[in-house]
Design a binder for this molecule. Structure first.
Ligand SMILES: [Zn+2]
Length: 129
């Protein structure tokens, strides 16, 4: 994914700063590893199961966006072909396409809104393995 700042913030337990989480930090969270705060460089970890669950849901949001895009493209193509075949009038085809595009933008907005979050990060505990 290209987004370096994807709207996910983390609150540091050590220095109290809110940091925009970079992709490597998000990777660390997703594999449940500790990582350093960008401000104070102390180890942080996400331990709250509720927040972990919410964090994991970002993947399914990306899936939702991708599958909606595929659906919209298919709809546009089908509408176009149906117009060529004379099964739809130009106006009907336009309406059809507009509704599909509208749905896509609604889904993208919803996904973006859901993705915006601030994770309350805890100090990383010493590894016990
Ligand atoms: Zn910090």
């Amino acid at each position: 994914m290209s987004a370096a700042t994807n709207g996910i913030l983390g609150h540091c337990a050590h220095c109290g700063n809110t940091l925009a989480l970079e992709s490597w930090q998000l990777n660390a969270i997703s594999i449940n590893e500790a990582f350093a705060c960008s401000h104070c460089h102390k180890a942080l970890q996400l331990n709250d199961p509720k927040q972990i669950k919410r964090f994991k849901s970002i993947d399914s949001l990306a899936m939702l966006r991708a599958s909606t895009l595929v659906m919209v493209c298919t709809t546009l193509l089908v509408a176009l072909v149906m117009e060529w075949l004379g099964m739809l009038s130009v106006i009907e085809q336009l309406n059809f396409s507009l509704v599909a595009i509208l749905i896509y933008f609604l889904v993208v907005r919803f996904a973006r809104h859901r993705q915006h979050m601030t994770l309350i990060l805890e100090a990383a505990k010493a590894h016990t393995d």
